[in-house]
Design a protein around this ligand. Structure first.
Ligand SMILES: [Zn+2]
Length: 170
């Protein structure tokens, strides 16, 4: 048995009694889903512990422990997937919104303030305030900065082209 499996199998009891949470639970479920050995071990322990628990409480015994276990795992994975999709949706919409703001502002200020408003080190003409943006949105901030940098580069290339044209005209 490899180390991951033995580490995982130490957590079987905690999984069954529901005390596993967060990243530990995620790692555990992802592993047993892809590891027959650990899944078998989990199934055996699950039926044993659940049966003992039900007997102790005087509850009726479950008819199919395996099915019950798999249902629990699938429910957990379904919840994870929904959480992930929501995260992606909020990420994408926030990106589109901030990009749209970036474009609108840069076009607007480009006309009125010239090109220096985007330069680093000088006083900023405008600023989009990112306060309160959750950490997973850092990539969006980075993309906005990249957009800004690319724009500066493009503007510089236009300027150089202009200067070349002017000196050629003279
Ligand atoms: Zn394993």
């Amino acid at each position: 048995m490899n180390i991951i499996c033995s580490e995982n199998q130490k957590k079987i009891d905690s999984y069954i009694n529901g005390s596993l949470g967060g990243d530990e639970l995620k790692k555990f479920v992802n592993h047993v889903k892809g590891c027959n050995e650990c899944m078998e071990e989990l199934k055996i322990n699950y039926s044993l512990l659940k049966a003992l628990d039900q007997l102790e409480k005087g509850d009726e015994l479950s008819e199919d422990f395996d099915a019950e276990l798999e249902k629990g795992i699938d429910e957990y994975l379904g919840k994870q997937r929904r959480g992930f999709i929501l995260k992606v949706i909020s990420y994408v919409s926030a990106f589109i919104i901030s990009l749209a703001f970036g474009i609108v502002f840069s076009i607007f200020f480009f006309r009125h303030e010239g090109i220096d408003f985007l330069e680093k080190g000088k006083e900023e003409t405008f600023m989009i305030d990112f306060d309160g943006v959750p950490d997973f949105m850092n990539d969006v901030k980075k993309m906005n900065n990249d957009y800004n940098d690319n724009l500066i580069e493009y503007i510089h290339s236009l300027k150089l082209e202009d200067e070349r044209q002017e000196s050629a005209d003279e």
